[in-house]
Structures are given as structure tokens and as C-alpha cells.
Design a protein around this ligand. Structure first.
Ligand SMILES: O=C(O)CCC(=O)C(=O)O
Ligand SMILES: [Fe+2]
Length: 333
């Protein structure tokens, strides 16, 4: 939003102050500052209400083979149809989830000077504060391991059980803590613009305030908060690896007038120097849909894109018009 060229230029200083600073400092904020207003075609229309699949992960752990393959089928169908699902019985303590949301809230409540110690535009910085930022680290939590490394996604694609786990190498984990304060005119802006995530799987938790919407066909569909669950979505890495069978799905965040929304999106991708390419067993008739690229380079393209949506992925499409697509990706950050 802040990079939209049509609106007033924003100084680096103003930009890093963020919307929370604005809302906290203006108790009677009744209208949206022009800076944050989107052109009307980009403003959010009411979303369709549909429920994405809620999958019980306990089926992956036990010794019941039938239950396991049913769960894998459920995951496979959710990946193909939605690219998004919610998971319950994921093994993460609910108290830990609550503490995490609280810790994020405490961080955002720190004085600006404290938070600004972490301000950075370098995507490779391990800790960054600002708008829409990510933090790489080497670690894959159990719940994600179960779906990716535990073989569910590999098996649902007909690959060997450890295929994706091996392709991840040491892996890369990125945590994005998002804080969306109440907004006086939520219909004229977005909390986070439409984008797809660059990694393999994103595991997202949130406080009890709705706001996440996903693109399903031509519609924007609201994902309703279900207590104790994580929302899981596929990122570009899995679209590339599956040679387009699974799609990374565009999503966005809307805001509301009353309540602060907090979300914690944890992305899991391959190690930064891994080459991202379609899995050879999924390339039939030599028709690879994507050009190989180093994950680190893909991440840089994705993070530098102002237009976002799914344009970064289009940049490595084979047979795509590379030049015109790449020209849409402006390295402004
Ligand atoms: O806040 C949300 O629900 C979405 C956040 C998100 O898409 C992201 O951080 O990549
Ligand atoms: Fe996202």
C-alpha cells in the first residue's frame, strides 16, 4: 500500500512509523489518510463466505495405515482444490499459541524507538521490523515436518515419502508477525495486499479476529477463525516443485473498524542456496513449467515486487513473456 505510486510520496521516516503509530496517536481518527487509500478497483468488496477444509492431523501420527492414507488424500484434495486448509490436533499446545500471540502484541506495543532498532529493508536480515517483513531462520517445526517432511504432501503428489524433505535441505523458516490496528474506513484499504507466499508451506495462527481472505476462482473467500487451529497454505515453492499441479494461492488481509488483528505467518521453504525446480518425476513429456532458480534469488524477486499478486512466479514461467513480466517487477525496496 505504501509503495503505490499514485499517492503522496512517503518518506522513509514516515513509512517506518507504520499504521499503529498513526492510530495510537490519533484517538479520533474518523477517516483514512489518503496515503493508505487504494484506487477503488483494488478496494475489498464483501467476500464470499465458504469454509476451507479443516483437517485432523492426528491421522498422520498413529499406526493406523488406513487413517493415514485417508488423511493424505484429504490433504491432497485440499491442496488441489483450495491451496489452503486448516489443521487441528496438530500437536502444538494451545497455551503456546496464545503466548505467541501475546508476545507479538507486546512487541508491537513497545515504543517506536525500540521497534525501530530492528527496522530494515534487507530481506536477508535475520530480524526485521517494518511493513510486511520476513525473518529467515533454519528450523522446521514438528507440525510442518509432519505435513511436508512426514511425507503427506510428497505422497499426495505420488512422490517418494521423503522427496520434499530431502529437497528442502536444511530448510529455511520465516516468521512474519503482522499487526493490523482498527481502521476508520476498512472498505477503502487493505491490511496486506494480495500476494502468494514464496516458500513451501505457511502455517498461520491469529488472534480471534477475522481478516484473512483467499482467492478461490474469481472470488475472494473469507477464512473464518477456528479456535486452536492453524491455517496452512501452499507457497510458490510447492507450485514450482509440483510442476503446477498444486497452486500457491493469492491471499490478502482486510481490516475492520473495531478490533486489532494479529497474525503470525510462519513460512517454510528450502535452504537459501537450494535450486527450486519442478520435481523430475512430475515432468511429463519434458514439459517443465518453470525455470530452475536459486531459492534466495526467487525470494529477492518476490520481496522486491511492488505489484505482487503472483507476478514473481510468472517471472520464471517457461514460455511466459519473460521481458514483459520481469518489467512488472520493480526493485524499489
Ligand atoms: O494476516 C494474515 O492473515 C495474512 C498474513 C500473510 O499473508 C503473510 O504474512 O504472508
Ligand atoms: Fe502471505
Amino acid at each position: 500500500i505504501l509503495s503505490e505510486k499514485k499517492f503522496e510520496p512517503v518518506s522513509q521516516n514516515e513509512r517506518t512509523k507504520g499504521v499503529k503509530y498513526l492510530v495510537d496517536g490519533t484517538p479520533n481518527l474518523v477517516s483514512l489518510p489518503l496515503l493508505y487509500a487504494l484506487p477503488s478497483p483494488k478496494c475489498p468488496k464483501p467476500a464470499t463466505d465458504a469454509s476451507i477444509p479443516v483437517i485432523d492431523l492426528s491421522g498422520l501420527n498413529g499406526s493406523d495405515d488406513q487413517k493415514r492414507s485417508l488423511t493424505i488424500k484429504e490433504i491432497g484434495s485440499a491442496c488441489e482444490e483450495w491451496g489452503f486448509f486448516q489443521v487441528k490436533n496438530h500437536g502444538v499446545k494451545i497455551s503456546l499459541m496464545e503466548e505467541m500471540v501475546k508476545a507479538v502484541e507486546e512487541f508491537f506495543n513497545l515504543p517506536l524507538e525500540e521497534k525501530n532498532k530492528y527496522a530494515s529493508n534487507d530481506v536477508m536480515d535475520p530480524v526485521r521490523y517494518g511493513t510486511g517483513l520476513n525473518t529467515p531462520a533454519k528450523h522446521t517445526p514438528a507440525c510442518c515436518k509432519e505435513i511436508l517432511g512426514g511425507g503427506a504432501i510428497s505422497e499426495s503428489l505420488g512422490l517418494s515419502k521423503d522427496y520434499i524433505e530431502r529437497s528442502l535441505g536444511q530448510g529455511c523458516q520465516i516468521v512474519a508477525n503482522n499487526y493490523y490496528p482498527p481502521c476508520p474506513e476498512p472498505d477503502r484499504t487493505l491490511g496486506i495486499s494480495p500476494h502468494s507466499d514464496h516458500g513451501g508451506l505457511t502455517i498461520l495462527m491469529q488472534n480471534d479476529v477475522d481478516g484473512l481472505q483467499i482467492k478461490h476462482g474469481e472470488d475472494w473467500v473469507a477464512v473464518r477463525y477456528v479456535p486452536s487451529t492453524f491455517v496452512v497454505n501452499l507457497g510458490d515453492y510447492l507450485e514450482i516443485l509440483s510442476n503446477g499441479k498444486y497452486k500457491s494461492v493469492e491471499h490478502r488481509g482486510v481490516v475492520n473498524k473495531e478490533k486489532t488483528r494479529i497474525s503470525i505467518a510462519v513460512g517454510h521453504g528450502p535452504e537459501l542456496t537450494a535450486t527450486v525446480a519442478p520435481a523430475p518425476p512430475l515432468i511429463s513429456d519434458n514439459r517443465a513449467q518453470f525455470k530452475p532458480i536459486m531459492y534466495k534469488d526467487y525470494m529477492k524477486i518476490q520481496q522486491s515486487s511492488v505489484v505482487r499478486g503472483k507476478t514473481p512466479l510468472e517471472a520464471i514461467l517457461i514460455n511466459g513473456d519473460d521481458i514483459s513480466l520481469l518489467s512488472k517487477i520493480s526493485c524499489s525496496r
